[in-house]
Design a protein around this ligand. Structure first.
Ligand SMILES: *Cc1c(COP(=O)(O)O)cnc(C)c1O
Length: 443
């Protein structure tokens, strides 16, 4: 297992544009971030120079419980597709959170504990991030309050039960425990809630509680840094096998698993050592890369985080009820956005019925029931392998299998019963989101 994370920014020819403090409209400083992030994480967020960052012993100890994660060759899938391509996947679903999110949750909980904080707050929609953070906080003895979007709270009671098993205080949002929650409930007592609302409640709770901070599970530079462990392990395992991927594929919500998986391969590209094709896969219903704008926007729907330059649909964009909850995010990691903008990677979008076709096909042949998010990467990997079948190319494909789908059986059922639809936003729908972009003076 690697003992250091890799910071992609250290090898980028051009840096992403700086974060902007919305209060001053000036580039944010590390100190500006202290009220939001604990100090070491604020430092990681800003640090574009340190190439390798030591993983603290305590974090390594918890990583060792479930890492290194498996790198598998999908022999049965290859056979079923009749492709000459070799397909490898890096599986991050072998922990209770069922996703890669635990890799950053552990780091964020550790640094909070190290600074003497006693509790954290966060929001969760689909539930993977809330579960991962519950595990990490329980391990390091920190209190955790999770504001869970009310519809999810009611539709996914087992997710809630898992978080409670790890002692998290799970509250359906909007709630009457915060001012903002009470206000929203007064206006609409029967609302099912939203991520934006859950974020606002989590932030209010964090700033009004002593020794408490709010934490985010994707998009941020620090999260990509922590997730680099995925790619570093994958590269090491492939090196041992004498393999090097021609194509590296990952699903993209906020970009954290993709940024982590591709990190060492992007390093090879940036330093001229190799030139693998790198592909981001996003849902057609929430197409940040393929149809978004490269602009300054808020990272959160609650408009409290600093502004970041990224591919975005606008923080006011409300994606349709796609079943891949973890990919329903309006923006994209600023690091990946810059690399995409500069032509270092490609992006494709896929419709959800195609995604579930791939998910069920993969499950039957590889016996892992994938998360709907992960199945986006499976779809693109299968399409690449089928192209190889036509051309006879013996490509090596690597994709990220970010998690398992046991809590997504409502979605699988909808697909199996033929009740799943493919919503694709119109240009007018997207324009409404772009209209919500903040005005940022040219710098
Ligand atoms: C959250 C999540 C994603 C998407 O998040 P990224 O930050 O884009 O990686 C993908 N897969 C699973 C299983 C998730 O839980």
């Amino acid at each position: 297992m690697p003992k250091q994370w890799y910071n992609l920014r250290a090898d980028m020819k051009e840096q992403p544009d700086p974060m902007i403090n919305p209060a001053t409209m000036q580039p944010a400083t590390e100190e500006d971030l202290y009220p939001v992030f604990c100090k070491k994480l604020a430092h990681q967020e800003m640090d574009a120079e340190t190439r390798y960052v030591d993983i603290p012993e305590e974090i390594q100890e918890m990583y060792k419980i479930y890492r290194p994660s498996p790198l598998c060759r999908a022999y049965n899938l290859e056979k079923a597709l009749g492709t000459p391509a070799k397909i490898y996947y890096k599986f991050e679903g072998n922990n209770t959170s069922g996703s890669h999110k635990l890799n950053s949750a552990i780091a964020q909980a550790y640094y909070a504990k190290d600074q003497g904080l006693t509790c954290l707050t966060t929001e969760t929609g689909a539930g993977q991030w809330g579960t991962a953070l519950s595990e990490a906080c329980s391990y390091f003895g920190l209190g955790l309050t999770v504001f869970m979007v009310k519809v999810s709270y009611e539709q996914k009671p087992f997710r809630k039960a898992v978080m409670q098993t790890f002692d998290a205080n799970v509250i359906a949002s909007p709630s009457n425990t915060t001012n903002v929650g009470r206000q929203i409930l007064a206006n609409d007592p029967h609302t099912g809630g939203s991520l934006g609302c859950a974020i606002s409640e989590a932030v209010e709770k964090a700033v009004s509680t002593e020794n408490c901070r709010y934490v985010l599970g994707s998009v941020l530079n620090q999260v990509l840094l922590h997730q680099s462990i995925i790619g570093l392990e994958a590269k090491k395992a492939m090196d041992i096998l004498g393999e090097y991927p021609d194509v590296v594929i990952g699903c993209a919500g906020g970009g954290s698993n993709l940024g982590g998986l591709i990190a060492p391969y992007m390093q090879d590209k940036l330093t001229g050592k190799a030139d693998p094709r790198i592909v981001a896969v996003e849902p057609a219903s929430c197409p940040s890369f393929t149809r978004g704008k490269y602009a300054y926007d808020f990272c959160d729907t609650g408009k409290i985080t600093p502004l970041a330059k990224m591919y975005t649909l606008g923080s006011g964009f409300i994606p349709s009820a796609n079943h891949a909850g973890g990919l329903r995010y309006h923006g994209m990691s600023p690091i990946l956005s810059k690399l995409y903008h500069d032509g270092y990677m490609d992006a494709v979008s896929v419709e959800q019925t195609k995604v579930f076709e791939a998910a069920t096909f993969f499950a039957k042949h590889e016996t892992i029931l994938p998360a709907p998010e992960s199945a986006h990467a499976i779809r693109a990997a299968m399409d690449e392998a089928l192209r190889c079948k036509e051309t006879g190319e013996e490509k090596t494909i690597l994709f990220g299998l970010t998690g398992t789908g046991y809590f997504d059986m409502t979605a699988y059922t909808a697909f199996l019963e033929g009740k799943m639809s493919d919503y694709v936003p119109t240009d007018e729908d997207l324009q409404r989101g772009f209209d919500s972009l903040p005005q940022v003076p040219e710098r």
